[in-house]
Design a protein around this ligand. Structure first.
Ligand code: PLP
Length: 321
């Protein structure tokens, strides 16, 4: 992990010395590439008016997109569940993403791809008369837990003041920006001296947190909620790594009380990877230290970023854009 992070810090300091106008971020709006802060959306876009949208976030790490096809496939699936359509073919979209990464020359990035309903809403309009819109923004890599904090891990609480919106109201497998419940959870976490909120389903089970999936390790087995949460691409990587290392990993209903008697806790997200949680509700987890299974998964996760099966070299491929 230290080698990964020190190489990252070097790339980051080179990026900071860079005078490229896109080095702070680049956006694609209506077919045009612009510096991030110059990007605009029409106020009447239903994505803004009613959060009528879906999105996905993929990372670029050391010049390589990580699991790009998986992210685009999930975006397509999200779109189809809420009757949206990505207004570009997959190869064209990939070409634009590669061009953006190349033009920005940001070696480590998070790339948000947003599909909105467009300028007309669903009320009084037929689906075939709606034109969905696409926005893409690429920014320097975002850490849900700062790299330095990853050595000792973060503090989480099980939120008491808010529960995750039920799947019957908002389908959590459709990545969405209706973060009202998460925002309340983050305020509660901060009020209780923690950084991360775990939301329950209101029925004694864990779901997920603001921007991450939750994993509990108990007696050598990884348990992660199978419902009420996004099917994270990082979580898929956790399953693959666990299997390759002979560690059992199960997606299932995960009762909240398991979090208080488990051996290790970590979260997973594109924005930071595998994040150890070493305190829950003010009590140490694994004596306040990063646990051995968390380390195995985390190290393998970063190694996976160089595997050509899972990554696409931004500077070594032909752009399709
Ligand atoms: N759950 C939520 C609500 C998220 O927003 C995210 C990612 O942003 C995740 C889970 C983790 O998903 P992934 O691993 O695909 O980034």
């Amino acid at each position: 992990m230290e080698a990964i992070l020190s190489a990252y810090r070097e790339r980051l300091s080179r990026l900071r010395d860079n005078s490229n106008p896109y080095s702070a971020g680049i956006a694609w709006v209506a077919g045009e590439i612009v510096p991030l802060l110059e990007a605009k959306i029409p106020l009447i876009d239903q994505g803004f008016m009613h959060s009528d949208l879906t999105y996905d976030v993929v990372s670029v790490w050391d010049g390589r997109f990580f699991r790009l096809d998986d992210h685009i496939d999930r975006l397509e699936a999200s779109c189809s569940r809420i009757r949206l359509r990505i207004p570009l073919e997959k190869n064209k979209l990939k070409g634009i993403l590669v061009d953006m990464a190349r033009q920005s020359r940001i070696p480590d990035a998070c790339v948000q791809i947003v599909v909105t309903r467009g300028l007309k809403g669903v009320r009084a309009n037929k689906l075939e008369h709606l034109t969905n819109l696409l926005y893409i923004l690429l920014v320097p890599y975002v850490w849900l837990m700062e790299p330095e904090a990853q050595y000792h891990g973060g503090r989480a609480v099980v939120a008491k003041t808010v529960q995750r919106v039920p799947p019957g109201a908002m389908d959590p497998t459709v990545k969405n920006l209706q973060w009202g419940d998460f925002t309340r959870g983050m305020f509660e976490a901060s009020d209780r001296g923690a950084e991360y909120a775990f939301l329950t389903d209101g029925n004694q089970n864990l779901t997920e947190g603001p921007g991450f999936n939750i994993h509990l390790v108990k007696d050598g087995i990884i348990h992660t909620p199978d419902r009420g949460c996004l099917h994270g691409i990082t979580r898929d990587a956790v399953f693959e790594i666990a299997k390759a290392n002979g560690i059992e990993a199960q997606a299932e209903a995960v009762p909240v009380e398991m979090a208080y008697r488990c051996d290790e806790i970590f979260t997973s997200t594109t924005a930071g990877g595998i994040l150890p949680i070493t305190a829950l509700d003010g009590q140490p987890v694994h004596e306040g230290k990063v646990g051995p299974i968390t380390r195995i998964i985390r190290d393998a996760y970063w190694t996976m970023h160089r595997d050509p099966v899972h990554s696409l070299d931004v500077f070594g491929v032909e752009s399709h854009g």
